[in-house]
Design a protein around this ligand. Structure first.
Ligand code: ZN
Length: 218
């Protein structure tokens, strides 16, 4: 069974999470930055009323799946259980939060495709970013986005291989546990990894807005 990091390639839609006052459990999160905060219950969202897509990412970096596609996938996998998203008045909407609480161990040291910037020195878990080399149009140098090449130890990965959705331990972007000045409360998100079983269903539904990058198990 192969597993893939997913990235949403189109413009993100709607808001979610911290900015919509979703509840987070900080008991296992970093005491300084809040990375590792765990969503409690349903993801609260804003600005979803005109969205017709089956799968998308919000501006806050959460993945969302339509009720239609969720039900379709659920027909194949009984243990595929997601939570419905809710609006500011706690009304359930016609979408589910595409997420799981299972987190992989750290990737191997020779993994590539990322840079680390302004990382919290307490947890060293956030501050990961895609490795992008900005080009120069005048000098004809194209922008290069390096692919993620994430490697995991075969023995470590064994117990995760049947999971449909996984999180990386490493969290992308910055975290702010406390709002100060211009900084709003924000918890860096892990990357989402899906099993080939999910990719197959997405491919069959012709979801063309997702890029998949195979993780290496060795
Ligand atoms: Zn931290």
């Amino acid at each position: 069974m192969r597993h893939f990091i997913i990235s949403y390639k189109k413009r993100p839609l709607g808001e979610s999470g911290e900015s919509c006052k979703s509840d987070y459990d900080l008991s296992k999160a970093c005491v300084d930055c809040g990375t590792g905060a765990k969503l409690i219950g349903n993801l609260r969202v804003k600005g979803f009323s005109n969205i017709k897509k089956d799968f998308f990412e919000t501006l806050d970096g959460d993945y969302i799946i339509s009720t239609r596609l969720y039900n379709l996938i659920k027909e194949y996998f009984n243990d595929f259980n997601l939570l419905q998203v809710i609006d500011s008045k706690n009304n359930p909407l016609d979408f589910y939060h595409f997420a799981n609480n299972v987190t992989l161990p750290r990737f191997k040291k020779d993994s590539t495709g990322f840079v680390i910037d302004r990382q919290c020195q307490t947890c060293k878990r956030n501050g990961y970013f895609t490795h992008t080399e900005i080009g120069d149009m005048e000098k004809n140098i194209p922008t290069v986005i390096h692919p993620y090449i994430f490697k995991y130890d075969k023995t470590d990965f064994e117990k995760y291989k049947s999971e449909l959705i996984l999180n990386t331990w490493e969290c992308f972007g910055l975290s702010n546990k406390i709002a100060t000045g211009k900084n709003v409360i924000r918890y860096a998100r892990p990357l989402t990894i899906v099993s080939e079983k999910i990719k197959d269903k997405f491919d069959r539904e012709k979801l063309n807005d997702i890029e998949y990058e195979l993780i290496e198990i060795e």
